[in-house]
Design a protein. Structure first.
Length: 128
């Protein structure tokens, strides 16, 4: 295992949580193993592992970029990650306001809807 992959797994677990990473690893197959290695090393072991900005800031940027590019399926996962990155509900709302202005109101509106649903689920799970 490379140093970047080890660091990537460490950061991935810190941001997404052990349960999420364990499920993803268990679902990995020969077909997608090289892709999983790529994102673990590049996204998690390089970008997310950088100390150039905080995890909170990186979380906000990621959510804004996902919404702006219409990659909505990843938003709930990254909303859940805010519990570990320090990005608050207000931070998320602010990020999506930027999306509304610079990428379009419909994208921001849909992202807000997903965020509200996910935050509500997280609250239910917490109060369980």
């Amino acid at each position: 295992m490379t140093d970047r992959r080890e660091k990537g797994m460490e950061v991935r677990r810190r941001v997404l949580g052990d349960a999420h990473v364990d499920r993803a690893e268990a679902a990995k197959s020969d077909f997608d193993a090289s892709f999983q290695d790529l994102i673990t090393e590049s996204a998690w072991g390089t970008v997310w592992a950088s100390d150039g900005i905080s995890l909170r800031e990186r979380s906000m940027l990621t959510l804004a970029l996902l919404a702006a590019t219409g990659n909505f399926e990843e938003i709930p996962m990254h909303i859940r990650a805010t519990a570990r990155t320090g990005a608050t509900k207000n931070d998320v709302a602010e990020a999506f306001q930027h999306v509304a202005i610079y990428a379009g109101v419909p994208k921001a509106n849909h992202a807000l809807k997903l965020a509200k649903q996910t935050f509500a689920e997280m609250e239910e799970e917490k109060n369980g």
